[in-house]
Design a protein around this ligand. Structure first.
Ligand SMILES: [Zn+2]
Length: 373
């Protein structure tokens, strides 16, 4: 049994995990494309569905890149016994790919740049949008950032989004079919609709740039508002990462959640936590933030407590609690987990004239920004 496990691990580390077969240092010296790095990402936009509607003028290819047909206008794509049905035609294939030269394809009501790949697995479909990393970053940065932020803040967000995507693609792809999910699991992405002019400028101005730590893309974390103190990953996740250290951030005071207060009835807290009563609520603090919340002697890790009471009620893991009659008053600082880059802080730094390199180096210790291509 042990031997089997050892062999499995050997197999995993030798053949499966090194998914990048290109020279990483060469790639990070701006030779990414010539070193064999492909700057495409695969986003799993729909999984485990039986059908969806696709619209556009597109060629249809099979897995071997052979043209097998074309579509015009809107068609229904569905899983069939042993094939994929497109309009009235059944392709006896495990995968078909749609490419449109002129206009982006529409899946349901959303437009996507790049190609749409459809895989058949266990009589269900997996729909994947394969597109250039740069186009992906254009699609996500306004979902992650506030449209009115200064352009240097958007450039910072673009580099963070690109780094996150490259890291996931290289080290942590979601499945054999795609690198990233389109949701908060990774980064919220819903195609073309969210792009605006300054986001596109910010992406173009930072083309190919990612945050690196030594000779790897850095693992990226950011949050809305730190409230004054950035916490280390060692404190929050019990895992020390050299670039995720504690520091003071004086730049996020303009965030509406820099300080917040919420009054919640004791009965409501008990109901949300699934406990009988909430006569007393207190916090156990770590070095900079709340580690757990104790309700009538029962301990909840702070993230579990926030999840149950509501992430948009208890905005961060930095708060105090006081009792007032049958209510508890939560007085908090910031929004999010408090590790890595503070987004309102980066907007504050940009407003003070700092550029995106200075902003990234302020929040992430010992990193460099390098151009892959
Ligand atoms: Zn901050």
């Amino acid at each position: 049994m042990l031997l089997k496990k050892a062999f499995f691990l050997f197999f995993l580390f030798t053949f499966v995990l090194p998914v990048y077969a290109f020279d990483i240092d060469e790639m990070l010296d701006g030779n990414g494309l010539s070193s064999g790095f492909t700057h495409f990402l695969r986003i799993g936009i729909k999984t485990d569905i039986v059908s969806f509607s696709l619209e556009g003028d597109a060629h249809v290819f099979n897995k071997k890149e052979r043209a097998v047909g074309e579509i015009q206008g809107r068609v229904k794509v569905s899983a069939e016994q042993g094939g994929i049905k497109v309009g009235n035609r059944v392709f006896k294939e495990e995968m078909v790919k749609f490419t449109s030269e002129l206009i982006p394809l529409k899946v349901e009501e959303r437009m996507f740049r790049g190609e749409i790949e459809v895989y058949l697995k266990n009589a269900k479909l997996i729909v994947v949008n394969k597109l250039d990393i740069e186009d992906y970053v254009k699609g996500v940065i306004n979902k992650e950032a506030i449209p009115s932020w200064p352009v240097e803040a958007k450039k910072t967000q673009a580099v963070l989004a690109r780094t996150f995507a490259v890291y996931q693609k290289m080290f942590n792809p979601r499945s054999e079919f795609f690198d990233l999910a389109p949701t908060v699991l990774d980064q919220v992405y819903d195609g073309l609709g969210k792009e605006d002019v300054t986001s596109v400028e910010a992406v173009n101005a930072t083309r190919g740039e990612i945050v690196t730590l030594g000779s790897d893309p850095a693992k990226i974390y950011f949050h809305s508002t730190c409230g004054g103190t950035i916490s280390s990953s060692a404190e929050i996740w019990k895992k020390d990462e050299p670039h995720l250290q504690q520091l003071q951030c004086p730049y996020c005071t303009k965030s509406s959640l820099y300080r917040w207060k919420r009054k919640i009835k004791a009965a409501e807290i008990a109901k949300k936590l699934g406990v009988k009563s909430a006569k007393s609520v207190s916090t156990v603090r770590g070095k900079t933030r709340v580690d757990s919340v104790v309700v009538d002697g029962k301990k909840f890790p702070v993230n579990k407590f926030r999840e149950l009471v509501g992430f948009s009620v208890i905005w961060s893991n930095d708060f105090t609690v006081t009792k007032s009659g049958s209510d508890f008053i939560f007085s908090g600082k910031g929004a999010g987990h408090g590790v890595g880059v503070c987004q309102w802080g980066m907007a504050g730094m940009a407003a003070q004239g700092k550029n995106h390199y200075e902003i990234l180096k302020f929040y992430l210790k010992g990193i460099e920004v390098r151009k892959m291509y």
